[in-house]
Design a protein around this ligand. Structure first.
Ligand SMILES: [Zn+2]
Length: 490
């Protein structure tokens, strides 16, 4: 339908990894983030947007772009086990996390298989939906990039031996504008400082290039991915990272006659992806070594392929872990009983028949639930639940209205992680302060970590300026509908 009205404003979404509400508010209030302050004061600020579970970038970016939880988009975490191929999948350092799995495998998983094999075919990304409406988009620095336009990406020569691509080049469907560090750059002479993708300056320069050349498409998604590593090391209240990125946003807004004019011409959104939970200093107290707890079972070793006799596979995502039970003669209950002996595991979840079951190493009793039932939660989802509601810190008010405490949107998020891929597995969640460890997984003492269902890692901020519209609910999974709605409005 053609209308004689102004086209919708271009939308620019800046995803600042590990941006959290408290440090953002402190940075703004103490004059250390003038650009973010301007956006906050001239737009909406939502401080409690719920991120998906596990709270790991790859799952979160997939949810943001597809508007679904992992039960639909099928990216279960940074680290998971593909039961059909009997293979551990790890997306590697490109997702800001370190790993000891073979570099070749992780580079290939991250650059190719994630978008072309793993990301569910039954879901569509914002890029794909906009392209279907004839609206182009840009992706800057996002490893989840699936779109409709075949694009050639290149691996630089010194890295090409690490991938399976012929001549270091691969064709992939992406948005019409894609910038991914050294694999694809918008500015022909632009310098990239990092191996996998660009740093925050690179991202901002690529965005400014689009603005300068008058090439901003209907939707531009930019990821700033430098703060995560800082916060793992320095703790969650680090403000310096915010100040540095704010300076880049100032430079970008300065390209317009005034900052107000930048809002007149575009919709600007800034959001975090996951929070961080502070971690304790003492190894024995705060690191949960799953191999020790499960030492009576034969656990697969990550450096070789899974052996017939292996009973368990451990795929740790920092403060959560998937535990796969490969041995069909070994009951889930036996493994769960063993996990319950550790008082630092606050949630243990698994599927049985049509129910999700919850137990804990910290609290007594059990809980089970399934979708659709007499309880309605704050996101208008209904559930059938019985057992000890404390296990997921659920609060029931009048007329079976459910609200969440320490674990926001817990029912949908646990359900989605358990249905994100096939296999017989258990999910464990660490209590605040603790981090899981298996073979060669990074852990974070005296710093911060994420991955869990807890609100510390789950609630992220969202700034929206240049429009009065808002997402239907404060959940990251609502952003796709919101962006598509904005793109078809004027
Ligand atoms: Zn991280």
């Amino acid at each position: 339908m053609k209308q004689n009205v102004q086209p919708p404003k271009p939308i620019i979404l800046l995803n600042i990894d590990s941006l959290m509400p408290e440090p953002l508010e402190i940075a703004v209030q103490t004059g250390r983030a003038p650009a973010l302050k301007f956006l906050m004061e001239n737009g909406h600020y939502i401080s409690n947007v719920v991120s998906p579970f596990p709270t790991m970038s790859v799952t979160i970016d997939s949810s943001l772009l597809t508007g679904t939880y992992p039960n639909k988009h099928h990216i279960p975490g940074l680290n998971w086990f593909d039961n059909s191929k009997k293979e551990i999948i790890n997306y590697g350092t490109g997702f800001r996390e370190t790993t000891k799995l073979g570099m070749r495998r992780t580079v290939h998983n991250m650059l190719y298989r994630l978008n072309n094999e793993h990301l569910g075919e039954e879901v569509t990304t914002i890029f794909e939906d906009l392209a279907d409406k004839g609206i182009p988009s840009a992706s800057i620095n996002s490893f989840v990039y699936r779109g409709n336009t075949p694009q050639h990406l290149h691996v630089p020569r010194f890295l090409s031996t690490l991938t399976h691509f012929k001549n270091g080049e691969w064709i992939t469907k992406a948005p019409s504008i894609i910038s991914l560090g050294m694999f694809s750059k918008l500015r022909p002479r632009g310098f990239t400082a990092q191996i996998a993708a660009g740093n925050y300056k690179f991202t901002a320069r690529e965005l400014r290039h689009l603005i300068r050349k008058n090439r901003l498409p209907g939707f531009t998604f930019c990821i700033f991915q430098d703060m995560d590593a800082r916060i793992h090391f320095k703790g969650r209240m680090d403000i310096k990272g915010i100040t540095k990125i704010d300076r880049q946003i100032q430079k970008t807004l300065n390209m317009y006659p005034s900052w107000e004019e930048a809002l007149n011409r575009n919709v600007w959104m800034v959001m975090g992806d996951n929070g961080h939970a502070p971690t304790g200093a003492n190894y024995r107290e705060f690191i949960i070594d799953l191999r020790k707890i499960l030492k009576t079972f034969r656990i697969a070793k990550i450096q070789r392929s899974v052996h017939k006799k292996d009973q368990l596979v451990l795929c740790v995502n920092q403060r959560m872990s998937y535990i796969y039970v490969l041995d069909n003669n070994l009951s889930l209950t036996t493994v769960i009983n063993q996990l319950q002996t550790d008082k630092r595991i606050d949630i243990i979840a698994w599927k049985e028949k049509d129910y999700v079951h919850i137990a804990s190493g910290m609290k007594n009793g059990s809980l089970r639930f399934s979708p659709t039932g007499e309880y309605k939660d704050e996101y208008n989802q209904t559930w059938n639940i019985d057992g000890n509601f404390d296990l997921l810190d659920l609060d029931v008010r009048n007329e079976k209205m459910l609200s969440y405490g320490d674990y926001p949107d817990a029912l949908a998020r646990v359900y989605s992680a358990l249905h994100s891929h096939s296999g017989r597995f258990i999910i464990v969640n660490a209590k605040p302060g603790c981090d899981f460890k298996a073979q060669s997984t990074p852990f974070h003492l005296s710093g911060a970590a994420h991955g869990s269902l807890h609100k510390q890692e789950t609630l992220v901020p969202l700034l929206i300026a240049g429009t009065t519209a808002k997402p239907a609910y404060p959940r990251l999974v609502e952003m796709k509908e919101f962006i598509l709605r904005l793109s078809s409005q004027q």
